[in-house]
Structures are given as C-alpha cells and as structure tokens.
Design a binder for this molecule. Structure first.
Ligand code: ADP
Length: 217
C-alpha cells in the first residue's frame, strides 16, 4: 500500500532555477528508500518539502491518501506525523537526553516509559540524564534516532544521519538501525551520497540529478 505519494513536485528558491523539477514518487508502507545524488542535486530540498519545512512551488504530496500539501494548502510540519533526523546538532542542547526524546511525544501518559524504551532500543538508556555536549557524536545520533521514532511517525526522514561518524561506528549503527526499522515496519526515506550505505540500508534506490529523478545507474 502506498503511504507517501508525490506528484508533479517542483521547487524553486529564486523563481529561476528549479531545485526540484517534476518529481513523481510513490513509497510503500514499510519500505526503506534511499535518495542518492551528487551534492546540490536537490536531496535535502526534497526531504524538507516532504517534512513541511519548505513549501513547494508546485505539486502535491499525500500521506495515506490525504493531501498534506499542494500549491494552496499545507499541513504544518508538526501535524504530519513525520520524524526527521539530520546529520548533526540535531538535539536540543538545553535538554538532557530523556527530555530530548520526551519532547516529541504528544499527549501520552506513558511519555517517560516510551522515551526510555526507545533509548533502550538504541542502547543509550544509561545516558538518559546526560546533556548532548556530554555524550559522543555516535551517541547523539542514536538519541536523535530514538527521538524521531518515539512519537511513532508514519514516515521517518533521515538526512545523511551517519555521515559525521567514523567508519566503525557507522557500520555498527547501519546494522542496528536497519534491524530496528524492519522490526518496527517503519517507512523510511534516507538521503545519502554513499551508495554502499544506501544499498545496505534500503529496499530501493532513487537517483536525483539536477533536481530530477534520473534512471538507475
Ligand atoms: P543536496 O541536498 O542534494 O546537496 P540541496 O537540496 O541542498 O541539495 O540543494 C539543491 C539546490 O538548491 C542547490 O542548487 C542549492 O544551492 C539550492 N538551495 C538549497 N537551499 C537553498 C536555500 N535555502 N536558498 C536558496 N537556494 C538553496
């Protein structure tokens, strides 16, 4: 079943050049898809438009067959049930680890236990009381993944979440996160410039070149 549907999506920042041009894309429930392409091709713009942090110039995005944005209408980012993890500096510096994870969970009596559970899944439960500056980069990314997943989003968007990590940490997290995503049946869209990473993590690869989806290489 299609969970995310993107139709005729265009985006321009300067009314002249298209950062995204006529993107058409359907992603199935539970699918892990990687978006690959050279720097500046539009990968981050696509994620930001899906998340609602950027408003597209043209085109429609649907989640579960409901329009979440088009030229006239847009549901704000916090109401889209989308989790977003970026490369680094993703955590709130003034909140400790557990409160960073609790922050994204809305109206739930079990907030604390839910947050603890996700820290546990990502093996950082012992860091619950630490502040972001007191933990390593790899640990911060684990907490960022826990925070993005804890509210049970429909879709998880990852923008190069592992690129600031060294190789051994990276492959450890690759294995763990893939297992967790598949166990939870999550729909995940990952932006990457690393083809090996993308191949390992995802069910499908999509290439973007100059703002357009290009045939597989
Ligand atoms: P990628 O993530 O693939 O590196 P981006 O989506 O960041 O690419 O950028 C796509 C194009 O849009 C680039 O030409 C970039 O310079 C431009 N761009 C990105 N963000 C902005 C912005 N906030 N304002 C103006 N141009 C931007």
């Amino acid at each position: 079943m299609t969970i995310l549907e993107i139709k005729n999506l265009h985006h321009t920042y300067d009314n002249e050049n298209y950062a995204l041009e006529d993107i058409n894309l359907s992603i199935n429930d539970g699918e892990i898809v990687s978006i690959l392409g050279p720097s500046g091709c539009g990968k981050t713009t696509l994620l930001r438009v899906i998340a609602g942090l950027e408003r597209q110039s043209k085109g429609t995005i649907k989640i579960n067959e409901q329009i979440i944005s088009n030229e006239k209408f847009m549901i704000p980012p916090e109401k889209r049930s989308i989790g977003l993890v970026v490369q680094d500096k993703a955590l709130f510096p003034h909140l400790n680890v557990i409160n960073n994870v609790i922050f994204g969970i809305q109206k739930n009596k079990e907030k604390y236990n839910l947050a603890k559970n996700y820290l546990d899944i990502f093996k950082v439960e012992e860091l619950a009381d630490k502040y972001p500056h007191e933990i390593s980069g790899g640990e911060q990314q684990r907490v960022a993944l826990a925070r993005a997943m804890a509210p049970h989003p429909n879709i998880l968007l990852l923008d190069e979440p592992f690129s600031a990590l060294d190789q051994s940490l990276k492959s450890e997290l690759h294995h763990e996160t893939k297992k967790i995503f598949k166990e939870k049946g999550l729909t995940v869209v990952i932006v990457s410039h690393d083809k090996d990473e993308a191949k390992f993590l995802s069910d499908r690869l999509i290439y973007i070149e100059d703002g357009k989806i290009s045939p597989q290489k």
